[in-house]
Ligand binder design. Structure first.
Ligand SMILES: [Zn+2]
Length: 89
């Protein structure tokens, strides 16, 4: 359950502004979700990179034509998430 930082009122997860005092809710909850998004993006990137390595050097793993575009896309997602994370701190 979320609570407003200024009036300690109970908030719904979907609310972005406290209805009792008007305080904007952009603190801990959103920062946390961005952090987890970054770790998911990073994790997917490393998995995809590993799969690409597997398909290049071994007979195992998914086809290279699938791995390479996926890795490139995930690299962009990861780097943009990285940028957001840097800007926050
Ligand atoms: Zn409030």
């Amino acid at each position: 359950m979320l609570r407003c930082l200024s009036c300690n009122g109970i908030l719904q997860k979907s609310e972005t502004v406290c209805y009792s005092c008007g305080e904007k809710i952009d603190g801990a909850a959103k920062a946390k979700s961005k952090g987890s998004f970054y770790s998911v993006a990073a994790m997917l990137f490393y998995i995809s990179l590993g799969a690409t390595g597997l398909s290049i050097f071994t007979k195992f793993g998914p086809p290279l034509a699938v791995c390479v575009p996926a890795t490139i896309v995930l690299m962009f997602v990861k780097s943009s998430a990285d940028q957001v994370k840097k800007n926050q701190t």
